[in-house]
Every structure is written in C-alpha cells, then in structure tokens.
Design a protein around this ligand. Sequence first.
Ligand SMILES: [Zn+2]
Ligand SMILES: [Zn+2]
Length: 270
Amino acid sequence: MTESAASSVSPAPSGAGLRFASLGSGSKGNATLVSDGETHVLVDCGFGLRETEKRLARFGLHARQLSGVLVTHEHGDHIAGVGALARRHGLPVYLSAGTWLSKRLGKVPRHHLLTPHARFAIAGLEIDPITVPHDAREPIQFRFRAHGRQLGVLTDLGHPTEHVAEAFKSCDALILECNHDPRMLAEGPYPPSLKRRVGGNWGHLANAQAQVLLQRLGLDRLQRIVCSHLSEQNNRPELAWEALAPLLDGDESRLLIAAQDHGFDWQEVA
Ligand SMILES: [Zn+2]
Ligand SMILES: [Zn+2]
C-alpha cells in the first residue's frame, strides 16, 4: 500500500444503515462490500488473498469481520481469491449450484447453495439472488435489503432481460455494469471470437445498454448509480459517464465510476 492510500483509510461502517463499497472493479478483479452497519459481506473476490486483505484494510475491515462471501459466478475476475480467503479466515461461501459444480473454489469451510429467486438472509441483510444471462454455469446477481433500503449489484450481464428489469427497479442504489463501448471493442485488440463473446447476448453490458436499462428502471428513486466493471481495453470512464450523466437532470452527484485499482469508497443509502 502506498503512503497516500494508507492515509486515506476509511473507517469500518458502524451504526444502522445500508452501505456499500468496492475493493476494485473491472476485468482484472472484482470485490464489493455490503454492510448494514453490523453485518459485512463481500460479493465476489477476484483478487489474491494478500491483495484482498490489503484492500479490506483500506475500508477499515479485517477479513475476520466478514460474515461471508457471496459469489456471482465462476469467472476468474470474481472467484480467483474466494477459496483462499474463505479457508484462511473460516468464511462461509454462498453461491448457486452451477457455480459450485464448476469446482473453481477448492475446499471451503462451509458453502451454502442458493436457489435463484429464493430470498435468504445473513443476520440483518436480506438478499435476493437474481438470474442473469451470462456465459457461466449458473450466474446470479444480487439485490440487498436492510433498514428499508435496497441496493442492486448488477454486472456481467449479457443483455437486460424483463426479469432483470423487474428485479432491480425497486433499488435505491445500483452498481451497474458499463463494460464497453462497442466501437472501442470493434476497433480494439481482442481476437474476433472474444469480441463476439463480450459484445454478445451472454457477454457484457455496453454503455448504451446500461443507459437504456437505467431509463427502464426509472431514476427517481436512485440515490447512487455506480458504473462498474469497465473494460480497460474497450472503454473509458468518460464514455460511461457521457452515457449515463444525461439521464440525471443535472444532478451528477448521484453518479460514480468504479476503478479497477481502488474501487470506490463507502456509499451510504439514506
Ligand atoms: Zn463473467
Ligand atoms: Zn466479470
């Protein structure tokens, strides 16, 4: 950790309230913290053990304080550090049967198989796993509810389905994939097969698709919108910003961009 990063340590959340933060977001690794002030969980862990511990410390947390790791799917940018983190700190892992059957975790102390659409709870955090179209075994994303507020975590989405739009329209805050700009993807260095995969219906959401989905969800209720999972090769933060900012009627303080290296700081859903 650099000195400047060390000096910007955020305190761990305390007091009742739904909060979230990111340890990093993008094709090189993803990990999101969600907390109700007492219970803290990690959604995905695409970073190695040491790196994850270091990044958690920036948010005032030790891995021992986590109540579990929720996994969206078995792609390396979401799962690379999950097994080691769970083993080292005795954490339970929550995931779909398909993701578990991919056998990417190794042994973990405990695992809980989730049924998509069946709500479950970890202490005071209520969680709905939402089925999404993406090229993994049984990918899910999550909607969290605590203290009467809702947060949606929605990345790795090939295309916005009716079901997804319905599931996330009640959110007060949303982490939304803005993966690529189609022109940058088309003109970029990826081989043709990978371009087709990323841009296809079971790949990733383009900026303009995120814009259309957001319009469909409605913006009145959304206090925070975080553009996330940006491709370093096929997108630029300003392009994601240009796609979503016009929807905000001049109130751009609601919009954030998640960074690969440092994610984003704690956000509170009031
Ligand atoms: Zn993926
Ligand atoms: Zn991903």
